[in-house]
Design a protein around this ligand. Structure first.
Ligand code: PNW
Length: 469
């Protein structure tokens, strides 16, 4: 038996980032614009017109950043590769200078005993591929598989842990549905086609990885597996929950884990698309055996059938007149009661427990990782330059206790990646939201571990949570 609040030996303690959010250096070493460069440079798309042009200069400061991870005693680091750094036009041979950056980064991690977990796609599609149709175009899935193979050839000798896609829900439904993420399109049919081609990209990409990687490599995908709850047990609310759950979860894990789209999802969305984008053989291609599943969790959703008079867009998924829920535009999203983070996202660790137990049933035998979890707060250094963030410590404590509870309930969770290592470019929110365990002064680029970083370092070192916070 495990002692209370003690994690299993070998549990992986990590932190996560993504390329566009931290690297900067957007015009160096042959990199071309991604859809996020274009989007963030379009007036009105991000808070304050912020862009990732400089971000936190990780491209040039990666050595110091890895040293910081080592100081914090991290066992693992999840980062993403910038597609347009490696394959500027989204086609053809790889740019060696681009790949060399990730080789140096990985070597630095390995030298310090930190396990790299590489995400291939964290939303930075080469702009040329968007111009050719983007994710609603089938060709993009083939291009992704080629890119996956190139990265695997280059880094397969030193990276064992691979993640195909990060949160394809955001790419498809925020990118092509509500338009609050790049490329900012608002076409419900295109959003569903994008979801299918992201699924196909995952399947074909996994096959390309298997072909290029040694047998010891592990392949996974990170889903922002939503926890969707009904406002009441009234049939309309229960049905709203079912429909949103399919659009958030089933649309991805259906084909990936079970080889089929949920029949009710196809029926619910029939007036949006006829799903003719799903071709013979696609479902078999998508359902690849995986070595692990990554779950990203921040907050649950609370939904009901629309009251007479229309639906609400206050769903915590960003401000837009367009819904990110094709065919379920009528569903109303409610604020879950309770305290919120700076994103306005309600703090509810029971959702993480629920999510882990759901995937324990949905994918029996598949090891799970929490590949993102964390909180934004309006952190500020005090007079001595220290950053105290007790709210973030409380958030992390509560969510890690939920993971621990899931382990006790029989879930096979192998590790946890805090989002995020550093304050960074929070997409449409620009630099206005700070998720880091490490504070970044955006003027000087000086990094200061917040008190949560020190707290997390102690958790990682001892493999257990302190009794009370
Ligand atoms: C995730 N939503 O983004 C991403 O993987 C990270 O890059 C990001 O920084 C982090 O979570 C915090 O936001 C999301 O609207 C963005 O539901 C939006 C949503 C979910 C996740």
């Amino acid at each position: 038996m495990l002692e209370p609040l003690t994690f299993p030996a070998g549990f992986l303690w990590g932190a996560a980032t993504s390329a566009y959010q931290i690297e900067g250096a957007v015009r160096e070493d042959g990199r071309t614009p991604s859809i996020w460069d274009t989007f963030s440079h379009t007036p009105g798309r991000t808070v304050g017109g912020d862009t990732g042009d400089v971000a936190v200069e990780h491209y040039h400061r990666y050595r110091d950043d890895v040293a910081l991870m080592a100081e914090l005693g991290l066992g693992a680091y999840r980062f993403s590769v910038s597609w347009p750094r490696v394959q500027p036009t989204g086609r053809g041979p790889a740019v060696q200078r681009g790949l060399d950056f990730y080789r140096r980064l990985v070597d630095e991690l390995l030298a310090r005993g930190i396990e790299p977990a590489l995400t291939l796609y964290h939303w930075d599609l080469p702009q040329e591929l968007e111009d050719a149709g983007g994710w609603p175009a089938r060709e993009t899935a083939y291009r992704f598989a080629e890119y996956a193979g190139l990265v695997a050839e280059a880094l397969g000798d030193r990276v064992e842990s691979w993640i195909t896609l990060n949160e394809p829900w955001c790419s498809a439904f925020l990118g092509y549905g509500s338009g609050v993420h790049a490329p900012g399109r608002t076409d419900p049919a295109a959003a569903l086609q994008a979801a299918h081609h992201l699924n196909l990209a995952h399947g074909l990409g996994t096959q390309a990885l298997r072909a290029a990687l040694p047998a010891r490599a592990r392949v996974a995908v990170s889903l922002n597996s939503a926890v969707v709850r009904a406002l009441s047990q009234a049939p309309g609310d229960v049905d709203a929950r079912r429909r949103i759950d399919n659009l958030a979860n089933g649309v991805f894990h259906g084909p990936m884990l079970h080889g089929a789209y949920p029949a009710d999802l196809l029926a619910d969305t029939a007036r949006v698309t006829d799903w003719s984008c799903v071709r013979e053989g696609d479902l078999a291609a998508i359902q690849q055996p995986l070595d692990a599943l990554g779950l990203n969790y921040y907050t649950p959703s609370l939904v009901s059938a629309a009251p007479a008079g229309g639906s609400s867009r206050a769903d915590g998924h960003g401000a837009s007149d367009h819904s990110p829920w094709p065919g379920a535009e009528d569903v109303t999203f409610h604020q879950t009661p309770g305290e919120c983070t700076d994103m306005g996202w309600t703090i509810d660790p029971t959702g993480l427990h629920e999510l882990i137990m759901r995937y324990t049933r949905e994918a029996p035998g598949l090891p799970l990782y929490v590949t993102e979890n964390g909180a934004a707060y309006d952190d500020k250094p005090d007079a001595e330059g220290r950053v105290h963030d007790p709210e973030r410590i409380a958030y992390l404590h509560g969510h890690l206790a939920a993971v621990r509870r899931a382990l006790a309930d029989g879930a096979d969770v192998r590790g946890y990646y805090l989002w995020s290592l550093l304050d960074n470019f929070e997409w449409a929110y620009g630099y206005s939201k700070r998720f880091g365990a490490v504070y970044v002064d955006y003027e000087t680029q000086v990094r200061t571990p917040k008190s949560s970083a020190e707290w997390y370092a102690a958790v990682a070192r001892t493999g257990s949570l302190p009794a009370a916070e």
